[in-house]
Write a protein that binds this ligand. Structure first.
Ligand code: SF4
Length: 364
């Protein structure tokens, strides 16, 4: 029996202001474009008919940048597919997370919010061209809790300009004081066309980043957060179900500008060109996967999480006995405490997560 995808990613590319480090598919918000965009999004959803979903994730850009009526229109577009969904996430920026939008999300069954915080230092936020303060974050989280939202993520960026261990410790303290359940920590990557790059800022060295990661690990695990994926921590039971679809190498629909999807044997990427998207020319690239490609994805993605790579499943799905084929390499990683083998699942330790690319390269 063919298993239909159970996850849908929806990309809303609009932002009120563009952050100085941003390299995501995003556009300055203009009402007329947003209006037309939702029309095309509707067509794309009609094309896929994504019924029977377990998760929906609306990301951006900034989905909450839409004005209230368009925000409601988006929720309406997704309503036929959100029935019975277990996890329904919206990304939001604190400054545009109004009570009206929170009310609407509550009404339409959204049950998880991911808030772009990045740092809690107001001066640094300004330098990054972010539009919020930490006080806005506190207010937004309080309001969300008042409406019963109890599955909240906060994004934090490591290695920002002017950052320091002292600032990171303060960020972690502040974020923990919010009483949220999930924290995503990403290393800053600076691409040539970004404002920060053009102002001469560069990414930190691996050693510097490693020090920051060690601080995050020490503080968050002390506060009972589980480091369940390379960039993600959560309290027990709050793992992101949607993202597990990606990490388990399962299929998903992706709709919207620049969105990626995985259906059947095809991984596709939508156009980044708004004009094309508005003409309903959605897909830009398609990768037809061969058996070996799927195997590589499986190893690469499964090893990112504490759930790990099931050697039994790998054998059943691909006829590959990885432990037999790479015994010396795997034993070496296990002896050096980069990997553990539990119930035929190969799992990364914290040290392993820090050198995951090296591990993967040796295994594929
Ligand atoms: S809000 Fe997010 S997507 Fe928008 S510009 Fe800032 S970093 Fe980029």
């Amino acid at each position: 029996m063919i298993k239909l995808p159970s996850a849908l990613y929806v990309h809303i590319p609009f932002c009120e202001k563009i952050c100085h480090y941003c390299d995501f598919p995003k556009l300055q918000y203009f009402r007329r474009f947003a209006f037309a965009y939702l029309e095309s999004l509707k067509e794309e959803l009609i094309h896929y008919q994504p019924y029977g979903l377990k998760t929906i994730y609306v990301g951006g850009g900034t989905p909450t940048a839409l004005e209230d009526d368009l925000f409601k229109q988006l929720l309406n577009l997704l309503a036929p597919f959100s029935n019975g969904v277990k996890e329904y996430t919206f990304e939001a920026n604190p400054e545009s997370l109004s009570e009206e939008k929170i009310k609407l999300m509550h009404q339409y069954g959204v049950n998880r919010l991911s808030i772009g915080v990045q740092t809690t230092d107001d001066r640094l936020l300004k330098k990054l061209n972010r539009q919020h303060t930490f006080n806005d974050v506190q207010k937004a989280v309080k309001l969300l809790k008042d409406y019963g939202f109890d599955n909240l993520n906060v994004d934090l960026i490591l290695g920002l300009p002017h950052t320091s261990q002292r600032l990171l410790a303060k960020d972690l303290d502040n974020i923990l004081s919010l009483g949220i359940q999930h924290i995503s920590c990403y290393a800053l990557s600076l691409h040539p066309h970004t404002v920060l790059y053009n102002r001469g800022y560069r990414e930190l060295s691996e050693d510097q980043m490693r020090d920051y990661y060690d601080t995050v690990e020490a503080v968050l695990t002390k506060h009972h957060f589980i480091h369940y994926e390379v960039s993600n921590y959560c309290l027990s039971g709050y793992e992101c179900i949607h993202n597990y679809t990606y990490w388990r190498n399962e299929q998903y629909y992706g709709v919207g500008l620049g969105a990626a999807g995985y259906l059947g044997n095809i991984r596709y990427k939508n156009t980044l060109n708004l004009n094309k998207y508005l003409k309903n020319l959605f897909i830009d690239e398609k990768e037809q996967l061969q058996q070996h490609d799927r195997l590589v994805y499986q190893i690469m993605l499964n090893l990112r999480t504490l759930e790990g790579l099931s050697l039994i499943k790998l054998k059943a799905d691909f006829g590959v006995d990885l432990y037999q084929d790479k015994k010396a390499t795997i034993d070496d990683f296990i002896n050096r405490k980069y990997l553990v083998l539990e119930d035929e699942n190969l799992k990364p330790t914290y040290e392993g997560m820090m050198i995951l690319d090296t591990i993967i390269l040796k295994l594929i």
